[in-house]
Each structure stands twice: as structure tokens, then as C-alpha cells.
Write a protein that binds this ligand. Structure first.
Ligand code: DQA
Length: 148
């Protein structure tokens, strides 16, 4: 598989707790289960995925840079609460030539006011939110339309 077929799937803080974290909002699937579904769909689409999670903002910045260095086709980024606070992630997305799709399980616009501002979304190519784990699969399908 060529590096242009590679999609990074980056997950931010607290997403390691999926499955037990506020299931009424985020569902009962663990991140590992969601990752398995992303891998299955990637195989069907002829894409390779590199799926990671960190609770640390700087790791996400480093991985965005790495996606560029590796010539990735796209990044799917669920930055968790850093979405609403991180100018560093905004700047990293702007700094790399790789298209980034903002992904959320929930629909932040239907929730508290503090979730309505997205520093990630202001730099991203697009956003898919509100479809639970399916948000990742829809975003992955979108990357299949990008040149790679
Ligand atoms: C989230 C939405 C964010 O507002 C929240 O801080 C998260 C998860 C989502 O996937 O719905 O941690 O990114």
C-alpha cells in the first residue's frame, strides 16, 4: 500500500474511556471496538489506517506533523475537549498540507455552549459529528474522494 493510502485516526483526551464514559452520550463501544470497525472499513476502501489515542495535547501536535512527514492522505481528528481550547492544534492543522477531518461522536452544537467553539473545525477541511462511531466511518469514506 502506498503512503498516499494511509489515513491517521487521532483521538484526544478521555476517549480511552469510551465504553464506560457517559454512555448515554458516547455509546457503549470501546475505542478498541470502534478501531476494529474503522480497520474493517479501511480494508474495504483500500486504505491503511494508523489509529492512536493520547490524553496529551503535544502528542496530537506531534502526530499531525508525523502525518505530513509520512505523506498521509488525510487525518481524522477527534480532539475531544482540546477541540474547544487548543490553538496549538489549530495551528498544527494549518501548518501541514494534509487534509484534516474533524470528527465527533456527539454533536457538540447540540450540547453546552462551551462546546460550540471549535479551534479544530476552523482549520479543518470539514467536520462530521453526531453519528456516534459511524462518524469515523463517514469521515473515512470522505477521504476516499481525496487525491492520494
Ligand atoms: C467529543 C466532543 C467533545 O466536546 C468532548 O469534549 C469529547 C468528545 C465527541 O467525540 O463527541 O471529549 O469530541
Amino acid at each position: 500500500m502506498m503512503s498516499g493510502d494511509l489515513v491517521y485516526v487521532l483521538n484526544g483526551p478521555n476517549l480511552n474511556l469510551l465504553g464506560t464514559r457517559e454512555p448515554a452520550i458516547y455509546g457503549h463501544d470501546t475505542l478498541d471496538e470502534i478501531a476494529g470497525r474503522i480497520e474493517d472499513r479501511a480494508r474495504e476502501l483500500g486504505l491503511a489506517v494508523d489509529i492512536r489515542q493520547s490524553n496529551h495535547e503535544g502528542h496530537l501536535v506531534d502526530w499531525l506533523h508525523e502525518a505530513q512527514a509520512k505523506g498521509a492522505r488525510a487525518v481524522l481528528l477527534n480532539a475531544g475537549a482540546f477541540t474547544h481550547s487548543s490553538i496549538a492544534l489549530h495551528d498544527a492543522i494549518k501548518a501541514i498540507g494534509v487534509p484534516v477531518i474533524e470528527v465527533h461522536l456527539s454533536n457538540p452544537h447540540a450540547r453546552e455552549d462551551f462546546r460550540h467553539r471549535s479551534f479544530v473545525g476552523r482549520a479543518a477541511k470539514g467536520t462530521i459529528a453526531g453519528f456516534g462511531a459511524e462518524s469515523y466511518l463517514l469521515a473515512l469514506a470522505a477521504t476516499a474522494t481525496f487525491g492520494g
